[in-house]
Design a protein. Structure first.
Length: 363
C-alpha cells in the first residue's frame, strides 16, 4: 500500500519544523539572558569557588535576594548549566557548575570565553526601541547608546585572541621583522579596550604604539589597561578619528583590528593609512572571516556575523552621517573596493582564519 505525500503534508511538516526552530531560539535567548544575570550578580564566580551552594548561601555571599537566586539556580539546572543535588527540600538543595561551564563563562584568558556574548545581546536588547526606530527611519544607534556592557563585552571577547597576536605575527616573517625594528612605531586604529596594542608592546619591548579611537570611554579604559599592564610609557591612546592617522605618522605599521567595517568612512581611513605608513611599512586589516559571496542557508559563522550586523555594527555605522553603512559582513570584494578607492592597488590575505577573523595586507 503506497503513501502519497501531498502539498498539505509538506506544508505541515515545514510549519512544525519552523515552530520548533523558534522554540529552540526562545530557549536559547532565555539561557543567554540568564547567563547575563548570573554573571552580573557574581553568581557563577561564587559557585566556582564553592563545592555546591544552596540558594540562601549563594544569596548571602553575594548580597542578593534568595528567592530570585533559587529561581535562577533551578532554571540553570533545568538547562544543564548547573548540576543540582536530588533533594526534595528546595531550600536545602545544593547546586554546582556543570563540567566545562567555568572556562566558557569565567576564564577571561581562554579563547573559549563567551560570556561577553550574553553582555552584548543584553546591551543591544536594551536599545530595541531605538533599533526599531533606526530601521524605520534609516538612522542609527551609536556605540555610546549601546553603553558599557557592549563596550566591555567587545573588549573582553577579543582580548584572548589579541593576546595571541605576537605568536601569530612571529610566523609572518615580514611582519615580525617590521615589528622588531629598532624604535618601531605602529598605529592601532579603533583600538577599543587597547588589548591589541598592549599585547604587541609586551611582546616587542622596543615597540611604540599610538592608538586612535573616537569613543571617549574606550580611550579612558584603554589608558587604564595600559597602565596596569606596565606599558603606558610606550603605548599612547588618543581620542581621535582614524581618518586623521596620517597627522600622527609616519608609522612602520598601521593596524585596524576588527573595526574597519564599523567605520562610517572606511575609504578615508585607508587613504589616511596610505599617507601614514612608511614606504617600507605595512597596513594590516583584521576583519571578519566572511564567505566570498552571499548564499542562503549559510554557515553558523555567517549567521553570527549577520546577527552582530543587525543589532550592533550596522546601526552604529549609520549613527554617523554620511556613512558607508558597511555592516559586519564585509566581504573581501568590499574591502578590495574600499582599498582601490583609497588609492591602493589590491588586498592580499595574510592569515585566512584566526578565530572569527581574517587578516589582510593592503598593498
Amino acid at each position: 500500500m503506497s503513501t502519497t505525500i501531498t502539498g498539505a503534508d509538506t506544508q505541515a511538516e515545514a510549519t512544525a519544523a519552523f515552530a520548533d526552530r523558534i522554540m529552540e531560539a526562545t530557549l536559547g535567548w532565555f539561557d543567554l539572558m540568564a547567563v547575563h544575570l548570573g554573571s552580573q550578580l557574581g553568581w557563577y564566580a561564587e559557585l566556582a569557588r564553592a563545592d555546591g551552594l544552596t540558594a540562601d548561601e549563594l544569596a548571602d555571599t553575594t548580597r542578593t535576594d534568595a528567592r530570585y537566586a533559587l529561581e535562577w539556580l533551578e532554571q540553570q539546572a533545568a538547562s544543564g548549566i548547573l548540576v543540582a543535588e536530588e533533594n526534595p527540600d528546595a531550600a536545602a538543595r545544593r547546586f554546582r557548575l556543570a563540567p566545562g561551564v567555568a572556562e566558557v563563562l569565567l576564564d577571561q584568558g581562554s579563547q573559549s570565553y563567551l560570556e561577553p556574548l550574553a553582555r552584548m545581546a543584553a546591551a543591544s536588547g536594551s536599545q530595541i526601541d531605538a533599533l526599531v526606530d533606526a530601521y524605520r527611519t534609516g538612522g542609527g544607534v551609536s556605540w555610546e547608546q549601546l553603553g558599557r556592557h557592549a563596550r566591555e563585552a567587545q573588549a573582553d571577547m577579543n582580548r584572548p585572541w589579541f593576546d595571541d597576536l605576537p605568536a601569530l605575527f612571529s610566523r609572518i616573517e615580514r611582519l615580525d621583522g617590521i615589528l622588531r625594528r629598532p624604535d618601531a612605531r605602529i598605529a592601532d586604529l579603533g583600538f577599543g579596550g587597547g588589548w591589541s596594542s598592549i599585547a604587541l608592546a609586551k611582546a616587542y619591548p622596543q615597540l611604540r604604539a599610538v592608538g586612535l579611537d573616537i569613543d571617549e570611554a574606550s580611550v579612558e579604559a584603554a589608558r587604564r589597561n595600559a597602565a596596569e599592564a606596565g606599558v603606558a610609557d610606550r603605548v599612547e591612546f588618543l581620542l581621535a578619528d582614524a581618518a586623521r592617522v596620517d597627522a600622527h605618522g609616519p608609522f612602520d605599521a598601521v593596524f585596524a583590528f576588527e573595526c574597519l567595517h564599523d567605520m562610517p568612512h572606511p575609504v578615508d581611513v585607508l587613504a589616511a593609512a596610505r599617507g601614514a605608513v612608511s614606504d617600507d611599512g605595512i597596513v594590516v586589516i583584521m576583519d571578519e572571516a566572511t564567505e566570498e559571496r552571499f548564499a542562503a542557508n549559510a554557515s553558523d559563522l555567517e549567521r553570527v556575523l549577520y546577527g552582530f550586523s543587525l543589532f550592533v555594527c550596522l546601526p552604529d555605522g549609520r549613527s554617523h552621517t554620511p556613512s558607508a553603512a558597511t555592516g559586519t559582513v564585509m566581504r573581501p570584494s568590499t574591502l578590495r573596493g574600499y582599498a582601490r578607492a583609497a588609492g591602493w592597488s589590491d588586498i592580499e590575505v595574510l592569515v585566512p582564519e584566526f578565530g572569527l577573523w581574517r587578516f589582510y595586507e593592503i598593498v
